[in-house]
Design a protein around this ligand. Structure first.
Ligand code: AHR
Length: 634
C-alpha cells in the first residue's frame, strides 16, 4: 500500500534535476552531433593527410591563411593528359549522403600564380566507382591570388552510406591552393551553417533536460596537459580553431582510434547555443590544473600550484564570455559570433572526476577567485569515481570546508550497487554542498549493454534522487552518445550511425523522469513506512511528486522483482471534494536482456494507458514484474 500526501509540503524539485552529460567520446561530437562530414578538413592532424587519399601532385604546405590551422594543400597539374591531381576524403565511417537532401560544400582557395583555376567536387560511391559513377558533382572557378571562400550545393540522386568526397583539378589544369574543405547537410538543427545533426539534437530536446554539462568528462583534462580541453581555442571562426587530440584516441588498446581528434567545430559557443535551444542550464566543466587522474601520473604531469593563474583566468574569462557585456573583452567575442545577449550562465564545474589533496589544494584558489568576482555563480566541485566510496569520504568534508555549492559524484556500477543505493541520499548532510550525480549508469555484469534490466535499476535508483530533491540538485546519465562503429565506452544513452539514431531503454527512463519531474516532492509511505528504498521494499522502489500549476500528482514505481505486485495507491489528507478525474499510466517493461537496435527501435518503448472516472481518490493497480511505471493523477 502506497500512501501519498498530495497537500503536504515537500522540497521543491530543482528545474535542473534531470539533465544531460555531453562528452566527445564514442565520436559524439566530430562524426556525431557535429554535422561536418569531412575528417581532417584543414589538414592539421599530426599526419596532415590522415583521412585523405591524394593522387597526382598534391603538396601539403604550412603558411595558410589561418594561424591556428596553418596547413593547406597545393594541387598542381599532374603533367600528363591521362593523370589527375586531387584528393578523396573518407569521412567519419564513410561520407554518407542521402537522396533528396542538399549538402553545402565549402572551401577556402586561391590561385597562387594568379589567374583562374577550375576545381570539381564530387560525392562518390566507392561501390560503383569502377563504372565511374559519381553520385553528384559540381565544378567551380577559383580566381586570384587572395584566399576566398567558395561554396557550392550538392544534391545527390542516390543514398550512399559509405561514400567519399572527391576534389580534383579540372583540365587544362592550373595550380590551386585549398584549405578547410567542409561538407554539411543543409538541414542541420535550425539550419545553422556550422550546424548540428537534426535527429540527434531532437532526441536531446525531447528529453526536456534541465541542465547540459559539457565538454566532459576526461577530455576536460586530456591525456596530458598539452591535450587538455581549452575553451578559448574553440570559439571564433571555425577555420581558425586548432585541432586537438581526443582523450579517447587511444585510451583502450582494444578500442584504439588513431583518427580521433577534436576539430573544435563544436565549441563552447555552440554548446551554449545548444543549451539555450533545448532549455537547459549550461554547465561547463573546466580544467583545474590536473591531467586525467586514472593513469596516476606523477606531480610533474600536472600544473603546479604556482602555475594555476592561466587556468583560473580561463574560468573567469568564460563567465565573461557567457554573461559579460558586449563591450567586455570576452563578451565581445560572444557578440561577434552572433549572440549579443548573455547566455545567463549560473554554474561552473571545476575539475572532472578528481579527488585527493592534489585536487582540493588546487581547487581552493579557483573558488576564491570566482567568489571574489562572480559571487552569484555556483561552483561544482568533483569527487572522483565511486570506488567503494573512498574518494567521497575524503572529498565531502573538504568540499564543505571549501564551500563548494555542489559536488559531482560519478558511479558506473553493477546491478547490485544500484539495487542497494535507493536510499543513498537519505542521510546526506543537509548543511553542506548539494549533490550533482554527474555521471552514472548501471553496468550490468556479463549482459548485453543497454539491456532493459540495467535501465530498470537506474529507474529504481532515481526514486532516491527524487525523494531527496532537497539535496540532489542535478543528475546526468553518462555517456550520452555513441557511434555504432566508433565507440570506446558502453552502455550509452543514444546510439547512432551516419543516418539513424536510437533511444535506449535508459533514454526512456531518463525521459520518463524528466517529463514527469514535477515541482515539489510529496510524502509517500509504503506499507506504513517512509519509503527508504534500500534494496527496495519487496523489490519496489517509489517516489511521488506534485506538479504545479496543473496540480497533478505523479507516482513513480519500479518493480525490480520477478513477480507482479498489487499496488493500492491511497491519497491522505485530501481536502473536501478534492479528487482526480483521470490517471495516465506509462509503463516501461521488457525482457531483462532486451535492448533496442538501430534496425528495431520498438523492442523497449514506453506504453501509455489512460483511465477516466468521476472521482478518483485511490487506485488499485497491478504492477507487472520488472516494470517501471509512472502514474499521473490529473
Ligand atoms: O563517461 C566516460 C568517462 O567516465 C568520463 O570521461 C569520465 O569522467 C569518467 O571516468
Amino acid at each position: 500500500r502506497l500512501v501519498v500526501e498530495p497537500n503536504a509540503k515537500g522540497a521543491p524539485i530543482p528545474s535542473t534535476m534531470y539533465g544531460l552529460f555531453f562528452e566527445d567520446i564514442n565520436y559524439a561530437a566530430d562524426g556525431g552531433l557535429y554535422a561536418e562530414k569531412i575528417k581532417n578538413r584543414s589538414f592539421d592532424f599530426p599526419t596532415p593527410l590522415q583521412g585523405w587519399n591524394a593522387f597526382g601532385k598534391v603538396e601539403v604546405r604550412n603558411d595558410g591563411p589561418f594561424a591556428n590551422n596553418p596547413n593547406y594543400v597545393r594541387l598542381s597539374p599532374a603533367g600528363h593528359t591521362d593523370k589527375w591531381t586531387g584528393l578523396d576524403n573518407e569521412g567519419f565511417f564513410g561520407v554518407s549522403f542521402e537522396k533528396g537532401k542538399d549538402y553545402r560544400f565549402s572551401v577556402w582557395a586561391r590561385v597562387p600564380d594568379g589567374g583562374t583555376s577550375k576545381v570539381r567536387v564530387e560525392l562518390e560511391d566507392p561501390a560503383t566507382m569502377g563504372e565511374g559513377q559519381d553520385k553528384c558533382a559540381k565544378e567551380f572557378e577559383v580566381t586570384g591570388k587572395d584566399w576566398k571562400k567558395y561554396t557550392v550545393t550538392l544534391s545527390p540522386s542516390e543514398t550512399v552510406s559509405k561514400g567519399k568526397l572527391r576534389v580534383f583539378l579540372v583540365k587544362p589544369e592550373t595550380t590551386v591552393d585549398l584549405e578547410h574543405l567542409s561538407l554539411f547537410p543543409t538541414d542541420t538543427w535550425k539550419g545553422r551553417e556550422n550546424g548540428l545533426r537534426n535527429d540527434l539534437v531532437q532526441k536531446l530536446a525531447d528529453l526536456k533536460p534541465g541542465v547540459f554539462r559539457f565538454p566532459g568528462g576526461c577530455i576536460v583534462e586530456g591525456t596530458d596537459m598539452d591535450t587538455r580541453y581549452e575553451w578559448k581555442k574553440t570559439v571564433g571562426p571555425v577555420e581558425n580553431r586548432p585541432v586537438n587530440e581526443n582523450r579517447w584516441h587511444y585510451t583502450f588498446r582494444h578500442r584504439f582510434f588513431p583518427d580521433y581528434f577534436q576539430s573544435y567545430g563544436l565549441g563552447f559557443y555552440e554548446y551554449f547555443l545548444l543549451s539555450e535551444d533545448i532549455g537547459a542550464e549550461p554547465l561547463p566543466i573546466l580544467n583545474v590544473g590536473l591531467v586525467c587522474q586514472y593513469q596516476n601520473h606523477d606531480e610533474s604531469a600536472h600544473a603546479s600550484l604556482n602555475e594555476l593563474q592561466p587556468f583560473i583566468d580561463d574560468v573567469l574569462d568564460l563567465i565573461e564570455f557567457a554573461n559579460g557585456p558586449v563591450d567586455s573583452e570576452w563578451g565581445k567575442v560572444r557578440a561577434e559570433m552572433g549572440h549579443p545577449e548573455p547566455f545567463n550562465l549560473k554554474y561552473v564545474g571545476i575539475g572532472n572526476e578528481q579527488w585527493g589533496p592534489e585536487y582540493t589544494t588546487r581547487l581552493e584558489p579557483f573558488i576564491k577567485a570566482v567568489r571574489a568576482k562572480y559571487p552569484d555563480i555556483k561552483i561544482v566541485g568533483s569527487s572522483g569515481p565511486d570506488s567503494e566510496g573512498k574518494q567521497f569520504d575524503y572529498l565531502w568534508p573538504e568540499m564543505k570546508r571549501l564551500k563548494a555549492d555542489l559536488v559531482d559524484e560519478h558511479f558506473y556500477r553493477p546491478e547490485s550497487w544500484f539495487l542497494a543505493q535507493g536510499n543513498r541520499y537519505d542521510n546526506y548532510d543537509r548543511k553542506g554542498p548539494k549533490v550533482f550525480a554527474g555521471e552514472y549508469a548501471c553496468h550490468g555484469k556479463g549482459k548485453k549493454y543497454n539491456h532493459f534490466n540495467a535501465a530498470l535499476l537506474e529507474a529504481a535508483f532515481m526514486t532516491g534522487l527524487e525523494r531527496n530533491a532537497d539535496i540532489v540538485e542535478m543528475a546526468t546519465y553518462a555517456p550520452l552518445f555513441a557511434h555504432v562503429e566508433g565507440w570506446q565506452w558502453r552502455p550509452d544513452m543514444i546510439w547512432f550511425d551516419n543516418f539513424r539514431s536510437m533511444p535506449t531503454a535508459s533514454y526512456y527512463v531518463q525521459q520518463l523522469y524528466s517529463l514527469n519531474k514535477g515541482t515539489q516532492v510529496v510524502p509517500l509511505k509504503m506499507d506504513g513506512k517512509a519509503v527508504a528504498g534500500n534494496e527496495g521494499q519487496n523489490g519496489l522502489f517509489a517516489s511521488a511528486v506534485k506538479e504545479d500549476p496543473s496540480g497533478d500528482i505523479i507516482v513513480k514505481v519500479a518493480n525490480t522483482g520477478d513477480t507482479a505486485q498489487e499496488l493500492q495507491i491511497d491519497f491522505k489528507g485530501l481536502k473536501k471534494k478534492q479528487h482526480y478525474s483521470s490517471v495516465e499510466i506509462t509503463t516501461l517493461h521488457a525482457d531483462n536482456d532486451a535492448e533496442n537496435t538501430l534496425d528495431n527501435q520498438e523492442i523497449v518503448k514506453p506504453k501509455v494507458e489512460n483511465y477516466n472516472a468521476d472521482s478518483i481518490t485511490d487506485m488499485n493497480v497491478s504492477i507487472p514484474a520488472k516494470t517501471f511505471a509512472v502514474y499521473r493523477f490529473k
